[in-house]
Design a protein around this ligand. Structure first.
Ligand SMILES: [Cu+2]
Length: 301
């Protein structure tokens, strides 16, 4: 039995299309080699014009027609149930954001990996906070674009307990390739217990929530590790070499410097980085939010 209810249909369509392609690859190659051999100039010096062979023409119209209709039929039979969601499906909201997936369950609890009960229909409501992403669970044979402003969906019944990969399949910026998660399939009782134990949203500092919401944490880690840029850990109060208007100088990271960094990132360019990697957050992050970010950065000195 497949990992989801769609595996059988999709795999069958794949095998049929693959089989037909293989048949033609072998068939055409064989006939071609035969013709090259049989009708080359030495064996067949004078070309003969052949016109109007009705049997041949009807054959090469009918057989390919049947074959493409077969491909269509098996594709259609596999695909159409994917768009008809059972009424009792458990709704889970998927939020795609550069560069992280978040899964939100009924009641508003959130997790970074998708957890679903075995043998239950699950509907994923797909929502993007920024650019186009695409949610792909290869083991389940399902994939759907996650488009800002358009509420797309997909559904499945997981049939095998286990852990499966979730990927983003459209290039959505620098850390696109890190935009991955797991789908964990567990027995129903375990799912209920897990959901109950999942902490309610946000007992985290407001500043951190703002950093995550704006995906600052996609480039700046909060644990000292280096991602795209410097880590926020230990940043506040640190002295740094930057280039301002073409000349190098030393600055101490304080409230004003952080504000400049957010609103005009290229003004004080940290040595070792290129201009334009960080865009300005003018009009996106308010001054009040910068204060909260700064408070948070002070707390992880
Ligand atoms: Cu993405």
């Amino acid at each position: 039995m497949g990992a989801s209810n769609f595996v059988e249909g999709v795999d069958l369509a794949f095998k049929i299309i693959f089989g037909i392609s293989l048949f033609f690859l072998v068939g055409i190659t064989t006939v071609m080699l035969y013709f090259v051999f049989r009708y080359n100039r030495k064996r067949h010096p004078r070309a003969i014009q052949i016109k109007d062979n009705n049997i041949l023409e009807i054959t090469w119209i009918t057989i390919p027609l049947i074959l493409v209709l077969l491909m269509f039929y098996y594709g259609y039979v596999a695909f159409s149930p994917m768009r008809i969601v059972p009424k009792d499906a458990i709704p889970i909201t998927v939020i795609g954001k550069m560069w992280v997936w978040t899964f939100e369950y009924e009641g508003g609890k959130q997790s970074a990996d998708l957890v679903v009960p075995l043998n239950k229909a699950v509907k994923l409501n797909l929502h993007s906070d920024d650019v186009i992403h695409s949610l792909y669970i290869p083991a389940f044979r399902i994939k759907e674009d996650v488009v800002p402003g358009k509420n797309n969906y997909m559904w499945f019944i997981a049939q095998q307990p286990g852990e499966y990969d979730i990927l983003c399949t459209v290039y959505c910026g620098l850390r696109h390739s890190y935009m991955e998660a797991k789908a964990k399939v567990v027995p129903e009782a375990e799912y209920q217990a897990w959901l109950k134990a999942l902490p309610e949203k946000t007992n985290e500092p407001e500043g951190l929530t703002i950093l995550k919401k704006n995906a600052c944490t996609g480039c700046h880690s909060i644990d000292g590790s280096k991602i795209v840029s410097t880590s926020f850990k230990g940043l506040y109060g640190k002295t740094e070499r930057v280039i301002t208007n073409g000349s190098e100088r030393t600055v101490t990271v304080d409230d004003a410097y952080i504000k400049t960094s957010v609103y005009d990132p290229d003004k004080d360019l940290v040595i070792g980085f290129q201009k334009g990697i960080m865009k300005t957050y003018k009009g996106i992050v308010t001054e009040d939010e910068i204060t909260k970010i700064t408070d948070y950065l002070k707390s992880i000195k």
